[in-house]
Design a protein around this ligand. Structure first.
Ligand code: GLC
Length: 405
């Protein structure tokens, strides 16, 4: 089977981390299959996928299309430019796809979801892999609803996203939880020097607490900083903001300068560090005592929660959306009320003063990651869907040749 994956961006967000695991899993479980990946931009994802033996093609999206998002739909000129750019990009995409002659297309990312029904060669299955809520984005929801007849099946990352998709587009979806690389995200391995990375003076005898997230508005940086400011001033704690702005869509992320001035306002300049974008997030997590997830809106899944559990860390996670499906409060992580800095601060106090609890949560978290979020399970579930979709639709020429041989 020749599978073509389509993804708009090449920066490593949660959806890309999930897709990378899927590629690695399918490559291990179906070594005969040919995997190719077409990206709408070049970036760190390109090399990571190439190193797995996936053949990667970059077809850069025009800026007017790449930057388009729901927040821009009020500007008719921008919308028109985005539409023209999308049409011309779609033509080129169709061309490349014809040359690659896939047996199945697996599309991630909203822009690829909408383009894929237009560019797929007739008679081959098209799978949409949806990682985010659509209902809160009226323009995107409408476009998805119009295009949903063109897709054979939809995969979502949680029950919560499945419910959202059904009410926004009436589309049914298969729930497939993400996986993490349990060897890379492991309690054992090198740990980064977070103080050096963030330009803070070296310190001993302190506990380290970190928020590992992109700079999207809803990832809870403000809640995290506020929660740190509510800890007793002499608490031996340092906070770290690990990650940076990675998105192209206009107006979708926080600025580093804004966050730095907030840190100064809270009087946390000597106890909060910014590491910037970190490629090896596992090594960053290993340097922490507590990993915080603080999304203020419901989190569709929350890769970082599972990654931190797999590293054997005590995790405090925001209890909303799909995130609530992946941990049990008080057993393998501690939950807090989304956007509630006081609640997060109380959870931090509880964990900072109880090393036994941190250890218990860490080992239970690792067990959960091993038993529910392993790569072979992900590959098994998705390859089964590929087979079913191929059977549902038709026998493609490549498969017919394979069958004859
Ligand atoms: C998206 C979601 C995030 C999820 C990731 C992988 O980035 O916002 O919650 O963890 O996809 O499914």
């Amino acid at each position: 089977m020749r599978i073509l994956y389509l993804n708009p961006g090449a920066q490593m967000g949660g959806a890309e981390a999930s897709l990378l695991e899927l590629l690695a899993g399918i490559r291990d479980s179906e070594p005969e299959w040919h995997l190719s990946l077409l990206l709408g931009a070049d970036g760190p994802f390109t090399a990571k996928a190439t190193s797995l033996g996936v053949s990667v093609h970059v077809l850069p999206m025009p800026a007017a299309f790449a930057r388009a998002g729901d927040s821009r739909t009020r500007n008719p000129v921008g919308l028109l430019l985005a539409l023209v750019a999308a049409i011309s990009y779609g033509r080129r995409l169709a061309h490349v796809i014809r040359d690659l002659s896939p047996d199945l297309i697996h599309a991630t990312g909203f822009k690829m979801h909408v383009l894929s029904p237009w560019v797929r060669p007739p008679g081959i299955p098209l799978i949409w892999h949806i990682h985010d809520y659509v209902q809160s984005r009226p323009f995107s929801s409408r476009l998805l609803r119009w295009h949903s007849r063109g897709c054979s099946r939809a995969i979502v990352n949680s029950r919560s996203v499945a419910a959202d998709l059904r009410s926004a587009t009436r589309q049914k979806a298969e729930i497939v939880y993400n996986a993490v690389d349990l060897q890379r995200f492991s309690p054992h391995g090198p740990a980064l020097n977070l103080d050096a990375l963030s330009g803070l003076a070296p310190a001993d005898g302190i506990l380290r607490v970190g928020l590992v997230a992109t700079f999207a508005h809803w990832k809870g940086h403000h809640t995290f900083l506020k929660a740190l400011s509510l800890l007793p001033p002499d608490a031996p704690v340092r906070g770290y903001i690990i990650g940076g702005p990675i998105y192209q869509t206009a107006g979708s992320q926080l600025s580093l300068e804004g966050l730095r001035s907030e840190v100064r306002r809270f009087g946390l300049a000597n106890s909060v560090g910014f590491t910037g974008f970190v490629d090896d997030t596992a090594a960053a997590m290993r340097a922490l005592d507590i990993v915080v997830h603080a999304s203020t809106s419901p989190e569709p899944f929350g890769m970082v929660i599972v990654e931190a559990m797999a590293c054997g860390k005590a995790v405090i996670a925001s209890q909303g959306g799909g995130a609530t499906e992946i941990f049990t409060d008080g057993v393998d992580a501690i939950g807090h009320c989304p956007a509630d800095a006081l609640d997060l601060s109380n959870a931090l106090k509880r964990l900072l003063s109880d090393s036994g609890l941190r250890l218990r949560l860490g080992s239970a978290g690792r067990r959960t990651a091993e038993s529910q979020f392993d790569r072979p399970r992900l590959a098994r579930e998705v390859s089964q869907l590929y087979r079913e979709s191929s059977n549902d639709l038709c026998v493609t020429p490549t498969m017919a040749v394979a069958a004859r041989n």
